[in-house]
Design a protein around this ligand. Structure first.
Ligand code: C5P
Length: 360
């Protein structure tokens, strides 16, 4: 059970916090202020005592929306979307253990004390869903080493839920198909299903209708993620969307144009990186519009846009933080390089292996 040691990532008050970590040689100067401090806190007594029968360690990825169009407001309070999602290698580390038969409660531990570990956590919701759908009444130990910020539009919690469904299915000998996991996952959240694609997917409905597409960009394309300390609440952002101010771009055309533009370089993507949720996010957090403009001005050859309901700004085409982000007013920013990732059929996502904190 040594692998289950809990780790804490401490954000430095002197510098921007770094999510996925990166090797020293990689770090441009603004990043040298970052301190990622990891401390093994305690052995997991509860799990050891329960003696899990089988264990698995999985990488829990996040996502970006390369474009996001809101198609309509629905009667049930949700919105129909048309969005090009791509899974990325900023992710959490998760350890799972299958607890012995007869154990009737879950153990969830998380490195981030602000994350609730009760039934409201998507990991527990995923395990409840898995039991309900398969009729297999087994319980699990889960340790979640959190690196993806929340309120970020990166789908970190959704990635945790998808990874949990995959792990439970693995530990029980694959009673469900990947297609079933994808279909079931829509019951507990809108952007969990995309993780059961192969990594690049055009999603419609609430986000749960998933169509695999060819990655529109080479997986080697550098990405930079920049998030202010304030996160944004997805329901609030959707509620404050003014439908009259949406883009008029046809999502199918965006998909085709982006795939075409992706062949010629990141800058050509900019006009297709439409996100209808930027308007409500910028209305709620005007500094975010300024941050996007600053990054866009500094990284002229990159496409710069907000992902999901924010508050992360993504630059496609560069992973070097521009010098302006090392100014004192930006010291609390979360800044991380990232890469697009895909998975092979029958396998779960693995980190790109580019950053020292999650080599695999
Ligand atoms: O499905 P999920 O729990 O991720 O959604 C969180 C909230 O975001 C919903 O309660 C809803 O307010 C909003 N939402 C939406 N339309 C979507 C997805 C989410 O209005 N397609």
């Amino acid at each position: 059970m040594q692998g289950f040691a809990r780790k804490l990532s401490e954000r430095s008050s002197q510098g921007p916090a770094l999510g996925s970590g990166c090797s020293k040689s990689f770090l441009p100067s603004p990043w040298r202020k970052v301190r990622v401090h990891r401390v093994p806190v305690q052995s997991v007594a509860a799990a050891s005592a329960s003696n899990p029968e089988k264990q698995v360690k999985l990488f829990s990825p996040s996502k970006v929306n390369l474009f996001l169009r809101v198609v309509r407001r629905r009667e049930d309070g949700y919105h129909d979307l048309a969005s090009l999602f791509h899974v990325i290698d900023l992710g959490d580390d998760m350890d799972f253990g299958l607890l012995p038969e007869g154990v009737t409660s879950e153990t969830l531990e998380c490195s981030d004390p602000t994350v609730p570990t009760d039934d409201s956590n998507l990991v527990i919701k995923a395990l409840n869903l898995f039991r309900e759908k398969t009729g297999i009444n087994r319980f699990f130990y889960v340790n979640l080493d959190k690196k993806v910020p929340h309120g970020a539009g990166l789908g970190g919690g959704s990635g945790n839920a998808a990874t949990t469904l995959w792990a439970a299915n693995e530990l029980l000998g694959r009673p469900a198909t990947t297609k079933q996991l994808l279909e079931w996952s829509g019951d507990i959240g809108s952007d969990i299903s995309v993780f059961f694609s192969h990594g690049a997917a055009y999603c419609t409905g609430r986000g749960e209708i998933v169509e695999d597409v060819t990655p529109p960009l080479p997986l080697t394309t550098p990405l930079l993620l920049v998030k202010p300390p304030l996160g944004l609440s997805t329901p609030t952002i959707f509620k404050s969307l003014d439908l009259a101010r949406r883009s008029q771009r046809d999502p199918q055309e965006l998909l085709a144009s982006m795939t075409e533009a992706g062949r010629t370089g990141a800058q050509a993507l900019q006009e297709f990186c439409v996100n209808d949720l930027e308007q409500p996010a910028f209305d709620n957090l005007p500094q975010l519009a300024e941050l996007k403009a600053q990054i866009g001005d500094a990284l002229e050859s990159s496409a710069v846009f907000m992902t999901g309901s924010g508050s992360t700004i993504v630059a496609v085409g560069s992973d070097t933080p521009p010098a302006c982000l090392s100014e004192p007013q930006h010291k609390e920013l979360f800044i991380s390089p990232a890469r697009l990732i895909t998975r092979k059929s029958g396998e779960w996502y693995k980190p790109s292996g580019m950053w020292s904190s999650n080599p695999q």
